[in-house]
Ligand binder design. Structure first.
Ligand SMILES: Nc1nc2c(c(=O)[nH]1)N[C@H]1C(S)=C(S)[C@@H](COP(=O)(O)O)O[C@H]1N2
Ligand SMILES: [Mo]
Length: 376
């Protein structure tokens, strides 16, 4: 059998102009996905020097929707990009080795890193949106580390290819060779753009209500679940069974507070229309009623600017506690919610009490809350 060379693939669809156009789309998707992912990461591990504002209240809903959307659309874009450039796999390394071949080898190594990291990143991200965690490593940390590897390798890749990219950024005045048989470039571009749009449109309905009816790829559909709101983790999965007669809600502050469920219901109630925006891509707005966290903070004598630790009845794990930085604790929209869409919280939504705050990832909207601790 004859080993193919780069010349064995004469189709003009492997032309650098095609690689540039599809690379541009993929680059745009990766950049948007990276920036929104960075925001999500900073929300969940906020460094001490960073103040994240609590408004606009739906900001996280939008950024995380864009994150999952661009990540999903990047899958067909990456496949198309790999297809246009795969004949390069058969290009010969210059031999005997020289300074130039060392450069070429390094460049290929960076592409190997870029392609494998990006493929793995998109794959585990996609599985995560499907709520399937078959790997033994922690998802978020791995996803985050891979993101930086991708950005680094991508910068090297773009720097190396800059002459080619600039040469083919615009359509050249003299026409490029067109295929005599098979697909034209224009058909290829339309097919790839169409595929990216299709996966986007059929999955965006999990956060964009208007697209709900065509959300056949969305793992979560708005409106489905107790009280018309999806549930990420049920009480049963979290090992929470409800409350007994001796249940108390307590606030650990300068003046410690303790309430029965009935007493909580008699405190001044406020209403917030806020979305749950899950990191996994679905989001939905709902009407919440309960007690403002800042009212509880004043009642217990906590000074303004306090951080608050939220403690769930769920024991251990990543979800058992969360922290409200001062901007979120003082926001009048942030509630210890007792009611959802007009009735008492369902157990799966966090009965008897949960946190709901503006501009926050769903993971931090702690359910089954039984204690607040005022920190500093
Ligand atoms: N204690 C606790 N709170 C939790 C969770 C959890 O598993 N345990 N899941 C979080 C996640 S990931 C999301 S998206 C929201 C979902 O809220 P819902 O199930 O009421 O829609 O709750 C959050 N609060
Ligand atoms: Mo979530």
């Amino acid at each position: 059998m004859k080993i193919p060379t780069e010349r064995s693939f004469p189709s003009p669809l492997h032309h650098p102009r095609v690689a540039t156009v599809i690379g541009r789309w993929l680059g745009f998707a990766v950049a948007a996905c990276f920036l929104t992912g960075l925001f999500s990461h900073l929300q969940q591990t906020t460094p001490g020097w960073l103040v994240i504002p609590s408004r606009p209240s739906s900001l996280y809903r939008v950024t995380q929707g864009v994150h999952v959307l661009t990540g999903t659309a990047a899958v067909p874009l990456l496949l198309a990009k790999l297809w246009t450039v795969y004949p390069k796999l058969f290009a010969k390394l210059p031999w005997p080795p020289s300074r130039r071949s060392l450069g070429t080898a390094l460049e290929r190594l960076s592409i190997l890193v870029l392609v494998s990291a990006l493929a793995l990143e998109l794959f585990i991200g996609l599985l995560n949106t499907l709520q399937w965690y078959p790997w033994p490593f922690p998802f978020r940390q791995t996803h985050y580390a891979l993101a930086w590897i991708i950005v680094g390798a991508l910068l090297v890749h773009v720097a190396v290819k800059l002459p080619l990219i600039t040469a083919h950024w615009r359509r050249t005045p003299e026409p490029l060779p067109e295929a005599t048989t098979g697909m034209t470039r224009r058909t290829l571009f339309r097919t790839v753009a169409g595929a990216a749009a299709l996966v986007g449109i059929t999955s965006a309905g999990q956060s964009a209500p208007a697209l709900g009816p065509v959300a056949v790829l969305a793992p979560r559909k708005p409106g489905i679940g107790p009280q018309g709101l999806p549930v990420n983790r049920t009480a049963e999965a979290a090992g929470v069974t409800g409350i007994g007669a001796d249940w108390r809600f307590t606030v650990d502050g300068p003046r410690p507070l303790s309430y029965t469920i009935g007493e909580l219901g008699r405190l001044p109630q406020s209403r917030s229309d806020l979305p749950i925006a899950c990191v996994e891509g679905w989001s939905q707005r709902a009407r919440w009623e309960g007690i403002r966290i800042r009212d509880l903070l004043r009642l217990c004598g906590a000074p303004e600017g306090s951080r608050v630790r939220v403690v769930s009845m769920e024991k251990g794990g990543f979800y058992g506690t969360s922290e409200l930085p001062p901007e979120f604790a003082e926001d009048p929209l942030t509630l210890l919610a007792l009611r959802l869409n007009g009735s008492e919280l369902a157990l799966d939504h966090g009965y008897p009490a949960r946190i709901i705050a503006p501009n926050r990832p769903g993971v931090l909207q702690t359910k089954w809350v039984h204690r607040l601790e005022v920190l500093s």
